[in-house]
Write a protein that binds this ligand. Structure first.
Ligand SMILES: NC(=O)c1ccc[n+]([C@@H]2O[C@H](COP(=O)([O-])OP(=O)(O)OC[C@H]3O[C@@H](n4cnc5c(N)ncnc54)[C@H](O)[C@@H]3O)[C@@H](O)[C@H]2O)c1
Length: 390
């Protein structure tokens, strides 16, 4: 396999939200970049978005004008996929469609050199399924950036079942040199972050549905617990359509495990096109002049709401470890750097006491009789042995 360094020309396939950001990041790290999209308008939009971001960086004094110009000059815009021929690394960020990704990779594989590394930024498809379109699936790896790619520090590296070790090592080494924090994830639904974070949303919605508290109170309770944003304001920010889709895909991909079941409340919001901030209304109404609703600042309620969500998050983090999705350290890093959690969930479990977290999950499991609340065997074993994660 070709070594990846600063002299490696990089192709980015897809100039949407992610592709544009990754192109900017690669060019800022010194690479010459080919940015390809099948839609010429999208390429122009990406270029002007990058231009705008760089201008802002100049205004803030983060880079000088000469540097901004050189970054922009390093990005070659391409309407024809043939332009990727000389690239040593190809990062695909086109629409989330297995067929589209497979078709594109089988074309690209014939254009580039045999030692070019192929990568996909997919959020929800398996690396194995995308790589199956290649004659040499060993050279394809998942490189999962978070939005916006130039800003978010975390990148998940996902080797597929057939990915060569030197391919994922080379990809990880390069992204580390770009100043990102990489974690290694198994090719399983949602990888690390999008899997473990599900209960932050679902258990909060569940409590809303049960009438435990309203959205502003649950948001307040989670902020009190140290989260930067409450679940409802965050879902409205991400977009309920986007957030619901991730939940739905993770649920389906886990063969309908009830732990990941989506909620009707969020589905109805999506059906009514109440996407959140971008549509003017979601869980909250963002119309001008509408005052922000007040939470019920009851400390007992805060504790009850937030510890229920936290216990479910810890259960998911424990499951990811138990199932070998990632190492302890990578699970902690992923949640603190990928979604800004105030602490790693496994450290949090130690702090609360594994036996206390387990007792809460067991109480929920018994009360509801739902598989959704089943405690992970790792927590049971650890509690029995009096162990902690760290
Ligand atoms: N948006 C996010 O928060 C996020 C985060 C991480 C990963 N991802 C993943 O990154 C990928 C891109 O997401 P996005 O949000 O940038 O999407 P987007 O819709 O903003 O952009 C997709 C781009 O792909 C182009 N395209 C579609 N088919 C193509 C083809 N056959 N050849 C070339 N270009 C084609 C479209 O014209 C569009 O510009 C998806 O796989 C998504 O799951 C998204």
């Amino acid at each position: 396999m070709r070594k990846l360094d600063i002299t490696t020309p990089i192709a980015i396939l897809g100039a949407g939200a992610m592709g544009g950001g990754i192109a900017q990041l690669a060019a800022s790290s010194g690479h010459s970049v080919v940015l390809f999209d099948s839609n010429p308008e999208q390429i122009m939009r990406a270029q002007s978005a990058i231009d705008k971001t760089l201008k802002r960086q100049v205004e803030k004094g983060q880079i000088d004008e000469a540097k901004a110009r050189s970054i922009l000059k390093r990005i070659i815009l391409a309407e024809d996929v043939d332009a990727v021929r000389e690239c040593g690394l190809v990062i695909e960020a086109i629409i989330e469609s297995l067929k589209a990704k497979q078709d594109l990779f089988s074309r690209v594989e014939n254009l580039v050199s045999t030692d070019t590394i192929l990568a996909t930024n997919t959020s929800s498809l398996s690396i194995a399924s995308i790589a199956s379109a290649c004659r040499n699936p060993g050279r394809l790896v998942g490189i999962h950036f978070f939005n916006p790619a130039p800003v978010m520090p975390l990148v998940e590296i996902i080797p597929g079942i057939l990915t060569d070790a030197d391919v994922s090592d080379a990809a990880r080494g390069l992204i580390d040199r770009w100043g990102k924090t990489t974690v290694l994830a198994k090719d399983t639904p949602g990888f690390i972050v999008n899997r473990i974070a599900r209960p932050f949303y679902s258990e909060s919605i569940r409590q809303l549905e049960e009438g435990v508290a309203d959205a502003p109170t649950i948001d307040w309770a989670m902020r009190e617990r140290g989260f930067r944003m409450g679940p409802f304001e965050l879902m409205d920010f991400i977009g309920n359509d986007v957030n619901y889709k991730v939940t739905e895909i993770v649920f389906e991909s886990f063969f309908y495990d009830p732990r990941f079941k989506p909620s009707l409340t969020q589905k109805r919001l999506v059906e009514a096109r109440l996407f959140g901030r971008k549509s003017g209304r979601g869980y909250y109404d963002y119309s001008a002049g509408v005052p922000a609703p007040e939470p019920n600042k009851d400390s007992k309620l805060c504790e009850a709401i937030s510890s229920r969500v936290l216990a479910m998050l810890i259960n998911e983090a424990a499951d990811a470890l138990f199932m070998g999705v990632a190492s302890k350290i990578d699970i902690e890093t992923a949640m603190t750097k990928g979604v800004n959690y105030p602490k790693g969930l496994l450290h949090w479990a130690d702090e609360l006491g594994i036996e206390n977290v387990l007792a809460q999950l067991e109480a929920l499991h018994q009360e509801y009789g739902e598989d959704r609340y089943r405690p992970n065997p790792l927590l049971r074993r650890m509690a029995k042995a009096g162990q902690s994660f760290f």
